[in-house]
Design a protein around this ligand. Structure first.
Ligand code: C5P
Length: 227
């Protein structure tokens, strides 16, 4: 089996709201693999910078990235400097701040090893924007999950309302378009499918259908369930 340093890695990249986070969780559970939500690392860095009073375009953000005190607990909750930040981490504002710092090459470089370190036995499912192109380019199974901006905004709207946040659909569509544009056109690690990725559009598909097709693809790539 081909693998990253002997550890099998599945990468799932795509724009925000494509369903890649949900898909990654379900695939990791099916395979019995660890999970890396790389977007959370960018979100945590942006949040840590804001809390330290560091401007998002200041050189000091790199130091914030290097010294990030983050913990990913087995129950899925995330701590920043010991404090649970699950709620604020998922807001559109934090996502937009993450996208700004993520456009800076030196910030990406500072977070590179931290992401690589998630590749632990028996295997890893990593979701983000550049998992298959930059962080785990040798991964044996790469997926790129897309969906229209309107569908992604609608899913995000339902998620936010469901979690008790206030949201307006037209504003969400505009924000998603703006963040996509920045992520797809940035000079370093832009959001593009890896040459050997399975590209899927989830606009008209249920999560169950996507999951079944992706699992079938993964098994053809020589990866096996850990349990
Ligand atoms: O996936 P999520 O929406 O949590 O990511 C937040 C932001 O972090 C993205 O808009 C993107 O700019 C950045 N990001 C990135 N590379 C990754 C994961 C996220 O640049 N691998």
């Amino acid at each position: 089996m081909s693998a990253v340093g002997e550890i099998p890695v599945v990468t799932i990249d795509g724009p925000s709201g494509s369903g890649k986070g949900t898909l990654a969780r379900r695939i990791a559970a099916q395979l019995g693999f660890h999970l890396l939500d790389s977007g959370a690392i960018y979100r945590l860095t942006a949040l840590a910078a804001a809390r330290a009073g560091v401007a998002l375009d200041a050189p000091a953000v790199v130091r914030v990235a290097e010294t990030l005190d983050a913990q990913f607990l087995p129950d899925g909750s995330i701590l920043l400097a010991g404090e649970c930040v699950d709620g604020v981490l998922r807001t559109e504002q934090t996502g937009a701040m993450a996208s700004q710092i993520a456009a800076r090459p030196e910030v990406r470089a500072a977070l590179f090893d931290r992401q690589k370190a998630f590749a632990q036995a028996p295997g890893l499912v990593a979701d983000g924007r550049d998992m298959g192109t930059v962080v785990f380019p040798d991964a044996p199974a790469k997926i790129f999950l897309d969906a229209s901006a309107e569908i992604r905004a609608e899913r995000r709207y339902n998620q936010l309302i469901g979690n008790g946040f206030d949201a307006k659909l037209p504003a969400l569509i505009a924000e998603i378009r703006e963040r996509d544009q920045r992520d797809r056109t940035r000079a370093v690690a832009p959001l593009v499918p890896a040459a050997d990725a399975l590209v899927m559009d989830s606009s008209a598909l249920s999560i169950e259908t996507v999951e079944a097709q992706v699992m079938a693809f993964i098994l053809t790539r020589g990866l096996n369930k850990a349990h």
